[in-house]
Design a protein around this ligand. Sequence first.
Ligand code: M6R
Length: 601
Amino acid sequence: MAIFNYVIKIIISVCSIIGYKGESLAAPLLVTCLKKMEYRGYDSVGIGTINDGKVSVRKGVGRVEDVDSNLLLRVLPGRIGIGHTRWATHGKVTEKNAHPHTSCNGEIAVVHNGIIQNYSELKSKLMRKGHIFRSETDSEVIAHLLEEDYVSSGDLRGAVLNTAKKLTGAFSFIAAFSDGTIAGARFDEPLIVGISNDGYYISSDVIGFLNYTDRAIFLDNRDIVILKGSEMEMISFDGAPVMRPVTQVAWEFGGIDKGTYAHYTIKEINEQVETIFKSGKGQEDKIEQVSELLKSAPFVYFTGSGTSYHCALVAKALLSKYGRRKSDAIMSSEFQYLVNDIEPDPVIVAISQSGETADVLEVVKKAKPLGSKIISIVNVPTSSLARLSDISISMNCGPEIGVAATKSFTSQLTILYAIIDRLSGGVIGLENQRTKLQNAVKELVEGQKLIEQIANEIKNAKDIYVLGRSIHYPIALEGALKIKELSYVHAEGIPAGELKHGPLALIDKNSCVLVLNPNDSTFDDVKANAHEIKARGASLIGIGSSPSDVYDRFIAIPEVDEVLLPILEVIPFQVIAYYLALEKNANPDYPRNLAKSVTVK
Ligand code: M6R
């Protein structure tokens, strides 16, 4: 099989699954792999190994390191095994609901990522046949389905095929059988085989096995891999053999270690000095193609979720002001219901760090058959979204491990600036200002001491409001999102002009208000809003280039052309949110209840 040089980032999903079969002891390897992947799902963890024809499982609630030290996951015997970190979707966070799940006869163990939509119907049927379920999860049906088929037919391959075909939803699973076979199946969730000198890995994420091998096979949808004896077989759900190329994976820059930083989040905030400078570089051809497409498109839709949606809002404003093109920005979780009623033959620009967000994929899958052209901006060039797109531009900002999107936001923004700059004949002048922009980012990340102090001063605020007008309003939304997800403080982004239409009623001396007050056409109006807030006794923090007495504290944004301000303005919010999380003793890398990428609707 050919080996291609390929640069990849991260495949991301809600839970992580990993399997190993080779010459080394499986359990210690699996524990290390799971630690690498747990940034995506982290409420419970488990491992199952096969030794002398016996399946052994240990699992528990908590982080990999804690569960391993309590239950000694790593001492499970055998050179074949599977592992899982869970982010609960079906069933509470309990030891019973943690994976692996086993069949009634205890001879099959299964780990699963995704959602089985028809699980309750399958479960009822299996229960009627006498299967006993021990968890509340959707995943457990896989173990019983495999058992039901395998016990009656004695055909392991057939059992895996039949089981995969019975499931609906989005899933990837790995099953370990007491005879030493491991099988994985993929449908709408990533699954990758790693080939090392001493064995095979099957994983939801290359990061899982990248310490041991950089040779990977990215399975396609409806692919099954079976590792039996020393053989690897790849087939599709209809049983036909499939061939997939071996890819040599490499990190373009930056590692997945925290280095000297306390957390990934602050590392990734600091990395923006480099990532903003590099965004879009080396992809000028694609930027040109996309700008031509947007120029001739009857209508453009920008879409994304969370932070990526905030980027879409900025892009819409820029395209209208500088490109004079009609467009809309619609969050993907809503857009999927509108797809049938959109303008004819549009271009859809789908923005997603992971390229695996279910809502975004849903929009694209619905819009594509109706004739929409799909452009994507992703950080994972091998992601499902990139594969579904007509043109995909990579953020190239290196792996983003912190759950909060930081450097990916400024990278996606910069790429959209580059596209709209191109389309509008260079009126934004991004390229001439890259170095200035980079120095400004440097100044901001180096100014963290003041922001740390501010975070300390506002740590007891129950509610934080973030105000902005015009193109700064999406940054107010993004700033509030960062604060709420990292520090668990209620925060709301508000268009400053709407204050008097309602939100002002909330403001009193206990409120904390952050105000985006740049030196542009919004300056006077926003300052007037700041005075109205001040008159109600709230504490006020201004963010802009012209300090004023109205503000109790002021965070200075370095001078750049006003069009570029949104790229810089978000950085103080990322830093405030990070330090607020520390003040609250929350782990900024792993906010409670959240996963890095939401691959379920
Ligand atoms: O991978 P995506 O960009 O598609 O993810 C979209 C959102 O889930 C993501 O931006 C989320 O809102 C972040 N946690 C925000 O920090």
